[in-house]
Design a protein around this ligand. Structure first.
Ligand code: DAH
Length: 342
């Protein structure tokens, strides 16, 4: 029996040289170490041998078993190690990782661009309040309380019980004009960018929250011609030279005379289409010469000073600039949309 043990040791040694994969390792285990393996056969046989030989044979048999087990254990460690090493090899031919870096929202970019266009011609920025009182949002802007824009349907009023005034979310940036004139004497040249709120039905053309930029210029001898020149300058800077603008007479309580400024429709280039309601034009802002009543209210000498003002809708303006068909797209935060305005 000792011979057979030695023969098996030689076989084990020989086969151990071939263990190059986990599959081969498993075959090795089944062949030698499992319950039906060759070592077990010898152990079975060992039960039947003569008592006098048992001590000696038993020892070599146990040695052989340890020998085989050690080979198995070592190979197993080697194989898992080399697998991990393979895994961690760096492949320098792989393309680099790209990281998505956030950018400013399209509206923020536009507010900054518009601000810088006006700063270049001497305007300063004033931050108005989003929560306003009725006086600054309406009364001081010569908007009597029977005016339709004071209707509950348009304005979000705030709970003002126990307060000395009625508060609301500003419906336009125009109250910024009043705040500035209350604080400083002419000459005044400011813009007021920011959010506005109206209780509007949401559609492709209107939202309950939107942005405006207000402008106010007051000095001696400010003329309507300067207003027109400033708006032409803005349109050229912001839209580029190829979009025409026009002015139409209009009415606002706080300006006299008042006008509406239209830009040629971006889609049909003036021919008339669904977007411009077949007029060929899209309205971007309201403007006019500051009504002397407003000067009287803030304590400016309306005999001495004149001024112009305008208020422009930012979403509307951007829709024209970029051909955006639906105002809701600004706030859906679809990354495919936002990425186009990096
Ligand atoms: N506040 C007006 C609106 O929201 C827009 C406007 C019109 C602003 C005429 C002005 C202006 O400053 O002079 O519809």
């Amino acid at each position: 029996m000792l011979d057979r043990i030695e023969k098996l040791r030689a076989d084990i040694l020989e086969e151990s040289g071939n263990i190059k994969s986990t599959d081969l390792l498993e075959q090795f285990r089944i062949k030698f170490l499992s319950r039906k393996g060759l070592l077990n056969d010898l152990f079975e046989e060992f039960k039947t041998i003569d008592k006098t030989e048992k001590a000696k044979v038993g020892k070599s048999l146990n040695d052989l078993k340890n020998f085989a087990q050690n080979i198995f254990d070592e190979k197993k460690i080697q194989l898992t190690k080399s697998k991990e090493e393979k895994k961690s090899v760096t492949d320098y031919t792989l393309p680099g990782r790209t990281y998505n870096i956030g950018t400013k929202h399209l509206i923020t970019q536009a507010l900054e661009e518009i601000t810088s266009i006006f700063e270049r011609i001497g305007f300063k920025v004033y931050d108005g309040f989003e929560i306003e009182d009725e006086y600054h949002n309406f009364d001081a802007l010569n908007t009597p309380d029977y005016h339709p824009s004071r209707d509950m349907q348009d304005t979000f009023y705030l709970e003002s019980k126990g307060k000395d005034k009625r508060y609301l979310l500003r419906t336009h940036t125009s109250p910024g004009q009043i705040r500035v004139m209350e604080q400083q004497q002419p000459p005044v040249r400011v813009i007021v960018p920011g959010k506005c709120y109206r209780n509007e039905a949401i559609s492709s053309r209107s939202l309950a929250v939107f942005h405006q930029v207000e402008a106010l210029y007051v000095d001696t001898n400010v003329t309507f011609r300067e207003l027109k020149g400033t708006l032409d300058y803005f349109a050229k800077e912001f839209f580029g030279k190829d979009l025409k603008t026009r002015m139409r007479p209009d009415y606002f309580p706080f300006t006299e005379p008042s006008a509406e400024v239209d830009v040629e429709c971006y889609l049909c280039k003036g021919k008339g289409c669904r977007i411009c309601k077949y007029s060929g034009w899209l309205e971007i802002l309201g403007c006019g010469m500051v009504d002397p009543n407003v000067f009287d209210i803030v304590g400016y000498d309306s005999e001495k000073y004149t001024g112009y003002a305008f208020g422009m809708g930012i979403e509307r303006t951007l829709m024209i600039k970029h051909g955006i068909p639906d105002i809701r797209m600004f706030y859906e935060n679809d990354i495919r949309f936002l990425k186009q305005f990096k």
